[in-house]
Design a binder for this molecule. Structure first.
Ligand code: HEM
Length: 132
């Protein structure tokens, strides 16, 4: 199985747990008070829809120009003149996502964690670059 297949199967198992995205946000907010504060007035149902879309976009980053363009736009929105996210925050974001995977994917192991990291690598790099 290649990296994308490992990721796809794992993501499908995660989504069988209705709390997957909430578990992610709970872990993320625990990493920094700033993160929790940023989401205080955000409609979480809408945010979770956005997160699902973002995950698909980030995944396509390595193969699609259009996805890369979209991610550049996301990056700019998060930057200094927008939400004010710092490049390192994306590491906390990805760590939290993988923590949620470790809880929700019953088949979770090191190979699966690596596949998630691999699949998000390019998209996260673009977000970091554009948010500065
Ligand atoms: C790869 C990682 C990430 C992706 C793909 C992503 C994607 C998005 C997208 C697409 C939106 C909606 C933008 C809009 O149209 O208004 C959004 C909003 C937001 N993001 Fe992110 N994000 C990521 C990481 C982060 C991180 C690390 C933080 C905080 C440290 C963050 C905080 C927020 C906040 C506070 C909003 C605004 C919600 C609102 O006011 O409605 N995001 N994100």
């Amino acid at each position: 199985m290649d990296t994308h297949e490992i990721f796809n199967d794992s993501y499908a198992r995660c989504q069988r747990n209705k709390s997957f995205f909430l578990i992610f946000y709970r872990h993320f907010w625990q990493k920094d008070q700033r993160f929790e504060d940023l989401f205080k007035n955000v409609d979480m149902e809408q945010q979770i829809r956005m997160l699902k879309l973002s995950i698909s976009m980030i995944m396509l980053a390595s193969s699609s120009d259009q996805a890369r363009e979209g991610i550049r736009r996301f990056g700019k929105i998060h930057g200094r003149e927008g939400i004010g996210v710092q490049p390192n925050d994306f590491e906390a974001w990805l760590d939290s996502l993988i923590e949620a995977v470790s809880i929700c994917d019953p088949k979770y192991n090191d190979e699966i964690a690596l596949a998630w990291r691999q699949c998000f690598k390019q998209g996260i790099a673009i977000m970091k670059e554009e948010c500065q």
